[in-house]
Design a binder for this molecule. Structure first.
Ligand code: NAD
Length: 361
């Protein structure tokens, strides 16, 4: 029996359309093997939406996304739109999409591929075998807490204020996503906080500990954020799944990403309580190489694999895409961002063709 999915496709700006084309072709190639039927529904976001209809997230795009099983997004932005007022900038479209779909959990995997181990700035023996996932809370914490602002004190001094706050319900919500994610991986969850100093972190730790009773098959540990940052660069192999708040997650997910050293390889997922999740590469629209067939499509292709695993519950199809990616790299094919001596330089399109050749062997 065939399972049908409706996927909102937001190609965006810069290299977006090029990497999207490759990714959709990969999904089309894999569909028959796993009895899947994709309907791809294109929609505008970012600079291309500003040019077409005067706003970065048209209502029609949000509606298309809401009525889909998942959203596949490439990248938005470019210098052309950088001088527009903030509500009209491409990035505002992205923030509105996250808010409109209630995306509160951001999943950022960092996996060292043996073929690309030398791209890391850390020693190969430190990063070999790293395969971790950072689950970051996305809509709470210090980025959204009230009060916030720059105020004037009674003595006339300026005082900048932000508030780090989480409710128990917010912690439980992200905690559940993290435990469920760990269940799909090696069943080890490390919660990162600053409970030795911050009350908000004490609540975070207490809630995670209480939740762990519901997930006896997942091993829960806790680390303070300063130690977690050290451990990530000292001995990253110890981690499987990490869960943390918005601010700590912002920083730790970038440290984890850079263990791999290659921005063109990093996928991500943003999930809500219900409704479709958004799957997108971590990188931006790379305007410096747009339209030149130089972009590495693999981060978006791997985002499509995350969509299959975490959004559509099709883990076998996800694994097939991940294995094809490994095989193509194993054969030495590289886009220019990853090119090293002895490898075979290919463009974005040709990389896609190699992937499809692998998937249809
Ligand atoms: P960027 O990630 O677009 O590019 C940084 C560098 O990495 C560039 O040299 C680029 O050529 C390279 N690069 C990125 N992705 C690549 C790929 N797939 N293959 C090969 N090389 C790749 O970041 P930036 O230059 O700081 O930003 C460019 C634009 O993208 C800006 O308008 C920014 O606002 C936007 N941006 C969007 C997102 C998003 O859509 N989520 C994220 C970050 C930046």
């Amino acid at each position: 029996m065939t399972t049908a999915y409706r996927i909102a496709v937001l190609a965006g700006d810069g290299i977006g359309p090029e990497i999207t084309e490759v990714t959709l072709n990969v999904l089309r190639a894999i569909a028959p093997r796993f009895n899947l039927d994709f309907e791809f529904v294109p929609a505008l976001i970012g600079g291309c939406a500003i040019d077409a209809v005067g706003e970065p997230l048209p209502a029609a795009t949000l509606e298309t996304c809401r009525q889909s099983d998942a959203v596949l997004l490439a990248a938005i932005g470019g210098t052309k739109w950088d001088t527009l007022p903030r509500p009209l900038r491409p990035e505002t479209g992205l923030l509105k999409l996250r808010a409109g779909l209630g995306l509160f959990a951001n999943l950022r995997p960092a996996k060292i591929l043996p073929q690309l181990i030398n791209a890391s700035s850390l020693k190969p023996e430190v990063v070999a075998g790293v395969d971790l996932m950072v689950v970051r809370e996305l809509t709470g914490g210090i980025y959204f807490g009230q009060p916030r602002g720059i105020f004037t004190t009674e003595s006339g001094d300026a005082r900048g204020v932000n508030t780090m706050a989480y409710t128990a319900a917010e912690v439980d919500r992200i905690g559940r996503v993290a435990f469920e994610t760990a269940r799909k991986r090696q069943r080890k969850l490390c919660s990162v906080d600053k409970a030795n100093v911050l009350e908000v972190s004490q609540l975070w730790r207490d809630r995670l500990t209480a939740l762990s009773a519901e997930y006896p098959d997942v091993e829960l540990t806790h680390l303070y954020v300063d130690n977690a940052a050290m451990q990530l660069v000292r001995s990253p192999k110890q981690f499987d799944t990490i869960v943390t708040g918005n601010l700590f997650g912002d920083i730790l997910s970038d440290i984890a990403a850079m263990l791999t050293g290659s921005i063109g390889m990093l996928p991500s997922a943003s999930l809500g309580a219900s409704g479709p999740a958004v799957f997108e590469p971590v990188h931006g629209s790379a305007p410096d190489i747009a339209g030149q067939d130089k972009a590495n499509p693999l981060a978006m292709v791997l985002s499509a694999a995350m969509m299959l695993r975490y959004g559509l519950n099709q883990p076998a199809a996800a694994t097939a895409i991940e294995q094809a990616t490994l095989a193509v790299l194993e054969q030495g094919y590289r886009t220019s961002d990853l090119m090293t001596e002895g490898c075979i330089l290919v463009g974005c399109q040709a990389m896609g063709e190699q992937l499809i050749a692998q998937l249809t062997l």
